[in-house]
Each structure stands twice: as C-alpha cells, then as structure tokens.
Design a protein around this ligand. Structure first.
Ligand code: C2E
Ligand code: MG
Ligand code: MG
Ligand code: MG
Length: 283
C-alpha cells in the first residue's frame, strides 16, 4: 500500500518537475543568448560614510532587463551563469562597463576624492587565467582615477586558496585595486584567511544587520566583527541597512560605512551623478 501511495505521489509530482525543468532549460537558453548579445544593465548603489553623510563609492549590480516579463533577479541569473560557465563573459562586460561609467562620473563631478566603484567577481572569474589582464585593460581603457576600483570576492575564494589566487590578489593590490570580502560571516567558518590575505574591506552581510538593534547576540556579533576589522586595519561596510535605528547602532559600535535602502537603492549612473551633485557631501 505504501508503495502504491508512493507511486501515486511520484506520478502527481512528475508533471510539475517536468515544467520546472523545461522552464530552467528555457531560462538558460535565454540567458546564454542575452550574454552573447550583452543585453544587460548596471545599477549603482551608493556606499555612504555614515559619519559625514558623503557618498564614497558605488557598488555595481547587474540587471537583466526583460520586455513584457518579470525581471529575473541577479540572485537567480548569476548562479545560472556560473553553472553554464558564461559568468566570465558576463563578468567581463560588467567590469568594462562599470569602470567606464564611474570614470565618466568622476570626470563630470570632479570631486576632491573621486568615488570608487565596487564590482562583484564570481569565484569562477578569480580562477580565469586572463583575469588580471582583463582588469588592467578595463582600468586603462576607462582611465579610471587611481585607486578607485574595488573588487568583491566571497569567502569561498579565500578558503580554497591557491598560490595563483594569492599572487593574483597581490598583483591587483600592487596596481591599487582594493579587495573586499562580500557577505562576510556567511560563508565558511574559517577566519584564517584574514591572517594570510591582504584584503582591504569587510562587507558585513545583511543577515547580521537584520537582527540589530533588537537581538543582543546579533549586536554582539556585529560589534565583534567591527573590532576584528579595526584590529586588522580593515575598512568595514555594513550591507542592507534599512532603518535609522540600525544606522545609529552601527555608528555607536564604530562601523563608519554603510549601504542600504535607508540611504539609497541601486540606481542608474545618471541618478548617481545627481546624488553626487546634490546630496553627496562636500568635494
Ligand atoms: P551582493 O553583492 O551582496 O549585493 C547586495 C545586494 O543587496 C543587492 O541585491 C542589493 O540590491 C541588495 N540590497 C542593498 N541594500 C539593501 C537593503 O537595504 N535591503 C535589501 N533587502 N536589499 C538590499 P541584488 O542587486 O539583487 O544582487 C544580489 C546578488 O547578486 C549580489 O549580492 C551579488 O552576489 C550578485 N550580483 C549582482 N551583480 C553581480 C555581478 O555583476 N557579478 C556577480 N558575480 N554577482 C553579482
Ligand atoms: Mg557585493
Ligand atoms: Mg553582499
Ligand atoms: Mg549578498
């Protein structure tokens, strides 16, 4: 009887699973096409100095525009592009466009301290043999102000360390590229890489920020991360700040930089320029 029931259930699930597989296959095909045709957009989310209110830089975030359909969020299409291996091609496009956009923004706004651009780089790209050349070519082609490119990596890249990645990070740092650990604290539970690798920035994941200021253990964790970063001489950026109370708590524990809907949502490069001209602080 149990077997029969199991069989019935399996029969009932099968069509749904088929639909999901077909949908996935379809999405993959559309994504492959979009990557080949470079049909993407970038949005920029301001990173704010919470002490002064200045915008110090922007994180570039990829968008896949869809006519007449719901947009597929990057949380869905980035992992898919990683699976198919096309992330390197998409990532190259992001790098070239983000550096060109911010270089133009820097020239048009002429601030004393030019804003930086922070670009997300997938684990796969860090393993690409041509990655260093690709970064250097993008920076040169855009004529980006020195020291204003930041690359974001996730903890998995630093945990599975190889001599190649070590050398790559050092070469990038020698060229003035800053390295940020994205989604800090959510990956592997090893901190050893912080002692070994010359990273510059820790971005505290939104998951930690969500719990403050009300959950004491989350507050303690955030405070601990800020102190750890201070001791190592790293900059800390809190991600996903949505409420004033979170901002206040972060400031009170010494976290100076933040990103989140409280300050600004990801926006076009034109809107970013307007922000720098009006609300972006002095300079
Ligand atoms: P991430 O790098 O951690 O980027 C931060 C994400 O949090 C962005 O989502 C941003 O829109 C969102 N966010 C920022 N502030 C808030 C807030 O206050 N509340 C909430 N609820 N969300 C906030 P987005 O743009 O959907 O990107 C999701 C993820 O996709 C990124 O997480 C990143 O891992 C990946 N991604 C996006 N663009 C690229 C890209 O060009 N290359 C690669 N490799 N990954 C990318
Ligand atoms: Mg990021
Ligand atoms: Mg993040
Ligand atoms: Mg994230």
């Amino acid at each position: 009887a149990a077997k029969a029931a199991g069989k019935r259930q399996w029969r009932r699930f099968q069509p749904q699973q088929r639909v999901r597989m077909v949908e996935r296959h379809d999405l993959r095909a559309r994504l492959d096409r979009a990557i080949a045709r470079q049909e993407f957009d970038l949005r920029y989310q301001p990173v704010v100095d919470m002490e002064t209110g200045d915008v110090i830089g922007f994180e570039a975030l990829a968008r896949w525009p869809h006519r007449g359909q719901d947009a597929v969020p990057p949380g869905r299409f980035i992992p898919l592009a990683e699976e198919t291996g096309h992330i390197s091609s998409l990532g190259g496009w992001v790098l070239r466009h983000a550096t060109a956009d911010i270089a133009r923004l820097q020239r048009r706004t002429r601030r004393a301290v030019p804003p930086y651009v922070s670009v997300n780089v997938s684990a796969r790209q860090w393993r690409d043999a041509g990655f260093l050349d690709e970064v250097c070519a993008a920076v040169d082609a855009a004529a980006l102000a020195p020291g204003t490119l930041q690359l974001e990596l996730t903890e998995s890249v630093l945990i599975r360390r190889t001599d190649r990645i070590d050398a790559l990070l050092r070469a990038l740092k020698d060229r003035g590229v800053r390295i940020a650990v994205d989604d800090f604290g959510t990956g592997y539970s090893s901190l050893r890489y912080l002692g070994d690798f010359p990273v510059d920035v820790l971005k505290i994941d939104k998951a930690f920020i969500d719990g403050i200021p009300h959950a004491p253990r989350q507050v303690a964790l955030v405070e601990g991360i800020v102190h750890l970063a201070d001791a190592l001489g790293l900059q800390v950026i809190a991600e996903g700040i949505e409420e004033q109370a979170q901002r206040e708590l972060l400031s009170s524990v010494g976290c100076r930089y933040g990103q989140g809907f409280l300050f600004a949502r990801p926006m076009t490069v034109e809107q970013s320029e307007a922000v720098l001209r009006t609300g972006g602080g002095p300079g």
